[in-house]
Each structure stands twice: as structure tokens, then as C-alpha cells.
Design a protein around this ligand. Sequence first.
Ligand SMILES: *Cc1c(COP(=O)(O)O)cnc(C)c1O
Length: 367
Amino acid sequence: MVMKKIRAKKSIERIRPYVPGKGISEIAKRFGFKESEVIKLASNENPYGTSPEVIQKIRENAQNVHLYPEPSDVSTLLSEYVGVDEECIITTPGMDGLIDYTLRAYISEGDSVLITSPTFSYYEIASLASGGNAVHVFRRGFEVDVGDVMDNMDNLDRCKLIFICSPNNPTGNTTPFKVIREIAESFDGIVFVDEAYVEFSGRDMISSARALPKKALSLENVIVGRTMSKAFGLAGLRIGYGVLPPMIMEDVKKVATPFSVSSIAQVAAKTALENIEYFSRIVERMKNTRELLYKAPFKTYRSEANFVLMNVSPLTSEQVFSKLLERGVIVRDCSSFYGMGDHHIRVSVGREEETKKALDIFNELFR
Ligand SMILES: *Cc1c(COP(=O)(O)O)cnc(C)c1O
């Protein structure tokens, strides 16, 4: 029998697979810890979990999982939370789902996607998977440079989409509204602003845009991506959402998978949004704990997210990462982020006592 040769799309051959943070059970097993002893500061999850009310509602709704999800009013609650019309909100299977839908709707073979790197690596994977070219425009001192972005925008053939992550993963800084607006206004394509960490930041697109004079149309080509995975502690349920202008909403809705958000995820998100004060308190606590991380024995960068980037030179990130693993602390080695080099780690804000414990270990090993 002749072996069949099944070829994937050309662009897929260029994909560098996503490298997730290491898991707790894997590390516990490898180094002989109890799972409860491992401190995971690698994936920017909410270390306090989600709220008790959310867990209760998930339990109560378990009996309905044999049914397809029914329409839910989670979009109504999201529109109130964000402060926009309900028609502008779409819920998606994680924000990653929104990234997929956007690319599916707008990117064809040969189109270019600009990625302001170093940044979240899924943009590149998803762009290549859609058949597009992923073009990296490097930040300067981690800041998005308007001139550099515009040069690429103008010189590239068929540049259709730009990703700007703010606060940026893994660097933690935000991009000023002025910069995003300037880019969006002179761009004949879509600017996707990823606000996965907005709750930990003092800046967000929607309120900045609202402060503009009434007739300013500067956001007609901007998608704002959000998620319930980080501040609301629902990473395991996969629910994100987008704030989209009407013209874009129409296209994106067409390519969405049917029933794309599970019934349990909808219930959880809805309950979380009915308990906003609970999460605001947790977020405040995490912002305070974030201050502790600046005392690490490395160069640290100010962050508006629930993680802090550290430069561990002259050590390599791999050396620091491995040493910490042996002590049961999982951080993120940033060498898998394109353009980040070999000397950065990203440390998530944990619970206060676990963050302190991790810092003690940092100091013991590296001071
Ligand atoms: C975590 C993260 C996401 C993914 O969010 P999900 O809703 O869990 O898919 C998107 N963008 C950035 C920058 C992230 O860090």
C-alpha cells in the first residue's frame, strides 16, 4: 500500500507551537512535592479562584449540560460592565476564540497581520493558521512606536490587521489611547486591542474613547478583546468577549461557531458579573501584592497587569526557571516569546502568602 501524504496549508509549516506554562501536577510528580506545596506563578490566573457564588451556580446548573446552551443575558451584563450598547458585545470561547473569529472573517492567503512584539504568541499562530503573513514590528523599550507601525502599514502589501496588547503580555505596560487612536485613524484595516488584563490597569480603551467629543469616529475600526479568564478567575471555562463596532460585528458573527460559549461558562460569567464587588476586592488585593514582586533580586518592570516581568541577566531565564522549579515555584520562562531574548522571566501575582514565599526562595537562590 502506498502511504498517503496529507499536506497541511503552507503557512502552517511556519507555526511555532504555543508553549503553555508548566502545570502543577507535572512539577509535583517530577520533584516529589505535594500538589499543595507547588506555587504556580506561570499563567496569570486568579490565585484566589473564582467566587463561591459562581461555584454554587455551576453546581446547580450541572444537570442541564445535556442541552445546548440557550440564549443568555450575559451580554446585557457585559454591556453594563463595559458601558457600551449590548449590540456591540459578542461572547466567545475565550478571547482566543475572538482572535480566531476575527482572522477567519478578515484574513485570506497573502494578507499581512502586524504584531507589536514581543507580545502574546497566539496572535502569530492564529494569523499563520488563517493563511496570513505574521509581520513583527518590534516595540522600542517595550513601547509601541507609531512611526514604525505606520511604515509597515504603508509598505506592506495587503496589511489588514494590527494586534496591540495593552497591558502587554509579557511586558506589563499599556499603550496610550493617543497612540492607538493615531494608528487606527490612519489605518485602512482593523486594530485589535487585547485588554485581557484591563482590570489590573488604570487605563482602558472604552472609557478613553467615551471621553472624546461626540462625533469622533476614531474607533470604527477597533476591536477590543476582553476575557473572564484573568480577573474573574474563569480560565478553565473559556469565556471571553469583544467590543465591536456594528460593521465589524456583522462579519464576525457570521463566522462564529454555533453555541460557541458553553452553558456553564455563561452561567458562571453572569454570576461573576452580578458579584463585581467581590472581584474588585480581589483585584485590589492582587494589585497590592504586585508591589511585593518589585522587591525581587532582579531588574523588574512596572506592570499594569497581574504579573511582573523580570530581567535576570547575567543569568539566563532557563537557569532561573529550572532552579525555581526544583524548589516548587513555577514561573514563565519568556524565551518562547518572539523577540524577548534569553534573560526574562514573567512572574504572576499569587496569593499574598505564596507570593512572599516565592520571593523568599528568589532571594535565597539569587541574592
Ligand atoms: C490569557 C490571555 C488571553 C487569552 O484569554 P482567554 O480568554 O483565556 O482565551 C488573550 N490575550 C492575552 C494577552 C492573554 O494573556
